[in-house]
Design a protein around this ligand. Structure first.
Ligand code: SF4
Length: 287
């Protein structure tokens, strides 16, 4: 596999503020969001209401047995740090329980801020992985625009999210193309015409394939067999990896991977992840 020999234009980014810190959050994912009875949740819960398992101190009363009780979705969800940002920065550490009149705005802000933090998650990686200093600079400017908006609840509520999404998407696609091109090499299986953005690859057997530089953005990889695959430089933006098998797979240089995608998949100690993602506690110790 041929990789670009020059260094990306920015050093490895710090995504610390984009990781959930439940101890500083008023359980906004357990209240603001709704969920329906599915394989990931055993109950229906309307948005804007506390989950039946939420304790008065904002902890989860079944935290240690979420998966056995059918709340798998709770072990996968990632707020990208929006919970503590809204709770502590926008609403100054005063909870919706203390001031119920703020609940509606707080829950609305949480849903928006989660999207903004998700954009920042991707943009941070994008700025670090492009080899073009001008592109990196443009991405940094967009990040600054979002970070400035995050300082004021009124600005957050007034944002044109669709326009922002479009700008972010455009940068991510350009940088994906640039990064994936650096992984182009004859023999890579990404030339397979089935491996395209949005492809339905549910249950597909891809074991040990070299997928470096593949564009799998938005692909359905539910229960796909990706064991021992090389996914270096593969664009996995929004790919559905639920129950995908990742034992022995190398995702250490995959593009636009999130903790939620990793947590929804299955893997073990032999799965290689990007340095800023964690091995889920429920993964096997084998490998
Ligand atoms: S089960 Fe626990 S983690 Fe899941 S929504 Fe309810 S309180 Fe939150």
């Amino acid at each position: 596999m041929q990789k670009n020999s020059v260094s990306p234009s920015s050093p490895a980014p710090d995504r610390e503020s984009l990781r959930p810190d439940c101890s500083n959050c008023f359980a906004l994912c357990c209240t603001a969001l709704g969920f329906s009875r599915t394989a990931d949740f055993p109950i229906d819960k309307p948005p804007g209401t506390p989950c039946q398992n939420l304790a008065s101190d904002f902890s989860c009363t079944i935290h240690d047995s979420l998966r056995p009780r059918g709340f798998r979705g709770c072990t996968v969800f990632d707020c990208f740090g929006a919970g503590q940002s809204v709770s502590q920065n926008l609403f100054h550490g005063v909870s919706w329980r203390t001031r119920p009149e703020t609940a509606k705005d707080m829950f609305t802000a949480f849903k928006i801020v989660r999207q903004l933090h998700e954009m920042l998650w991707y943009l941070t990686e994008a700025a670090a992985r492009t080899f073009d200093p001008d592109t990196s600079h443009q991405v940094d400017e967009l990040r600054t625009t979002i970070e400035n908006a995050l300082k004021d609840p009124q600005q957050v509520l007034a944002l044109d999210l669709d326009a922002l999404h479009a700008r972010v998407r455009s940068h991510l696609m350009d940088i994906s193309e640039e990064v994936r091109a650096s992984f182009l090499a004859t023999g890579n299986d990404h030339l397979d015409t089935a491996l395209v953005p949005g492809a339905d690859l549910m249950g597909k057997k891809l074991r040990s394939r070299s997928l470096g530089g593949a564009d799998l953005r938005g692909a359905c990889l539910i229960a796909a067999d990706l064991r021992a695959c090389d996914l270096s430089g593969a664009d996995l933006l929004g790919a559905d990896l639920r129950d995908a098998r990742l034992e022995g797979a190398d995702l250490s240089e995959a593009l636009f991977l999130t903790q939620a995608q990793v947590s929804a998949a299955t893997g073990d100690r032999s799965t290689r992840l990007p340095t800023d993602l964690s091995r889920p506690a429920h993964w096997s110790d084998n490998g």
